[in-house]
Design a protein around this ligand. Structure first.
Ligand code: SER
Length: 390
């Protein structure tokens, strides 16, 4: 099943159950939001989870692109991407957890044809602040789906303060052989988390205490590329249909070992989406995240061959990505900005090498050296460290 078909099936399934589709699009959160990028589908809905009525009602569904800088170091494994798409559903003070889990289970097994024997769930087992989530536990037991209670892994919050709550996560088996009877999600990473159902009923205050939200909400998020890769019988998100053109066009251009290839494809694709959402390379904030993505790509490419150039990136890959995310930008402009960023990085590296060759920088560098290199020569610490150890 192609990714597009999964999205359609998901949205229609929830529309048939009274949900209205909202436009989940840009990676940029509203101006007064302290985070750099939208990290989950619930993020733009925060005021409505806190009680403000939503113009489209109490049941919502969407597809939201997300970027999690906290996952950057994991990219290259089988399941993490920098920019990914999240299918989401919400009950804003309407139905409760077991209804959401029932629809989730129904969509996975009947709508998408997944063998129920390949599912595992986890639920919140309770701690000193909240009791165990017995409603979710009983739901899974009734369905005959194995369920594991945990504490920290089954509590979801978007940040140190704000809406949060216990969650029940649905895992899909990714192994080549059937799941062993006692393998659980916390003990066997062949169980891949695909869908998180959060019972968003609390607000965490700055002192860490919890107060009830005005309404009892449900917030669910399903990782599209993860589910697509498993439904397509692939062992990693980089092998689902979304990455097919990258897999076809990048290796002949830049032969790389598998992990580097994944990082290069992920970071370039993410950089295109970030540029498409209007971010430009900079030394701070969102622009710096973008800059680091491009620099990491170049560092990997140049490790084997310093003549490699982003100018060779097939425009088809840029166009394919902009289309996928419905972004209104010319591939040529994205190409040009990537190339400008590459030139800037080359110049910076040349300057860095020249400066670091000075006798003063022989031996190990102290804080003052790093500050001087940054303030006087514009050389960021990570770049200096890379040049010294690269
Ligand atoms: N907010 C939850 C998550 O991101 C569910 O949408 O996993």
């Amino acid at each position: 099943m192609k990714t597009e078909q999964i999205v359609r099936t998901f949205v229609e399934y929830f529309e048939e159950r009274g949900h209205r589709r909202i436009t989940g699009s840009t990676l940029l959160p509203p101006a007064d939001d302290p985070v750099l990028f939208t990290t989950s589908g619930m993020h733009p809905l925060t005021p409505h989870l806190e009680g403000r009525p939503h113009p489209l009602g109490r049941r919502l569904v969407n597809v939201q692109r997300c970027l999690r800088t906290t996952d950057l170091d994991e990219v290259g494994d089988a399941t993490h991407l920098t920019v990914f798409e999240m299918l989401g559903t919400w009950s804003l003070g309407d139905y409760e957890g077991p209804v959401s889990l029932d629809w989730g289970y129904g969509l996975l097994t009947e709508g998408l044809g997944i063998d129920p024997g390949l599912l595992h769930a986890t639920v919140h087992g309770g701690d000193d602040r909240t009791g165990p989530d017995t409603a979710s536990l009983e739901f899974w037991q009734d369905r005959g789906v194995p369920v594991e209670p945990t504490v920290h892994d089954n509590w979801w919050s978007n940040g140190p303060t704000g809406p949060c709550g216990p969650d029940s996560e649905i895992f899909l088996w990714s192994g080549d052989t059937p799941p062993p009877p006692r393998a659980t999600p916390t003990g066997d990473d062949r169980w891949v988390e695909v869908w998180n159902h959060v019972m968003m009923r609390h607000r965490r205050l700055a002192d860490g205490s919890l107060v009830p939200l005005l309404q009892r909400n449900i917030d669910t998020g399903l990782g599209l590329e993860r589910l697509a890769s498993l439904l397509q019988g692939r062992s990693s998100v980089f092998d689902c249909d979304v990455f097919a053109p990258w897999r076809r066009l990048v290796p002949p251009l830049w032969p790389l070992e598998e992990r580097s290839l994944r990082v290069v494809c992920d970071h370039l694709r993410s950089a295109v989406v970030v540029l498409g959402d209007g971010v430009r390379p900079a030394n701070t904030g969102r622009g710096y995240v973008l800059r680091r993505l491009v620099r990491r790509v170049l560092t990997l490419l140049w490790r084997d061959d310093p003549t490699r150039c982003l100018g060779d990136l097939p425009p088809e890959l840029i166009g394919h990505t902009l289309d996928r995310f419905g972004q209104d930008m010319e591939p040529y402009d994205v190409h040009r900005m990537l190339l400008e960023e590459e030139r800037r990085f080359r110049r910076l590296l040349e300057r860095g090498r020249r400066v670091l060759a000075r006798p003063r920088f022989r031996g190990s560098l102290g804080e003052e050296d790093f500050r001087y290199l940054h303030d006087t020569h514009g050389l960021p610490r990570d770049l200096v460290t890379g040049l010294l150890h690269g």
